[in-house]
Write a protein that binds this ligand. Sequence first.
Ligand SMILES: NC(=O)c1ccc[n+]([C@@H]2O[C@H](COP(=O)([O-])OP(=O)(O)OC[C@H]3O[C@@H](n4cnc5c(N)ncnc54)[C@H](OP(=O)(O)O)[C@@H]3O)[C@@H](O)[C@H]2O)c1
Length: 194
Amino acid sequence: METGRAQRKPLRLIAAACQGLGIGKDGSLPWRLPSEFQYFLNNVTAVAKPGKINMLIWGKLCWYSNPEEIFPLANTLHVVLSNTLETVPKHAHFLCKDFESAVLLASQPPLSDIVETIWDVGGTRVYEAGLMHPWCDLIYLTNVMATFDCDVFFPEFDKNKFQLQDKFPGIPSEIQEENGIQFKFEVFKKRTDV
Ligand SMILES: NC(=O)c1ccc[n+]([C@@H]2O[C@H](COP(=O)([O-])OP(=O)(O)OC[C@H]3O[C@@H](n4cnc5c(N)ncnc54)[C@H](OP(=O)(O)O)[C@@H]3O)[C@@H](O)[C@H]2O)c1
């Protein structure tokens, strides 16, 4: 990693997964949970300091699965990962060929002064790269407490290294329910001693 001028940033994964860690089907979400999607939007747009922004890293298919009406999204810049796209997709800001280039973009001048948090928003390969990254400290993983037919999955991860938090500041701990589907907002924190 070319860390020469890089300014370390918190790097976080955010996903919702059902039983068996399914996250997607036929290029979109397997469920309709508007309040869970709003939770995603609230987290990725939240900044602690006025004037700061968050950098979101998207896989190409995940990017194109977005409903157009969510843009422009406050306090965010968007990097799409692809080796086949030649131009930056509509509403996105940058195109990178690999995960590390996107991280460096957020952590080196000129963006390093304004980027607060890097959010890894999937899909599978993008999550895999994020989980292995030394700056990854938290996984926001909504537990959708039901079974859905899925063709895309969140990667298995080490629950000894990333530990489920009993309570996490600002995150409701009670079970939620929408459209007859129960779900729970969960946060896993990386141990610093492993
Ligand atoms: N439930 C959730 O929270 C959640 C979150 C995210 C996504 N999803 C779902 O997951 C599905 C999309 O995810 P997916 O895993 O199938 O696809 P994806 O990661 O969104 O897109 C795959 C494409 O992105 C590019 N890419 C991905 N990782 C890359 C990397 N590390 N370096 C360079 N390029 C990279 C490649 O594009 P090129 O082929 O152009 O090189 C690859 O073919 C959808 O169904 C979506 O709804 C669900």
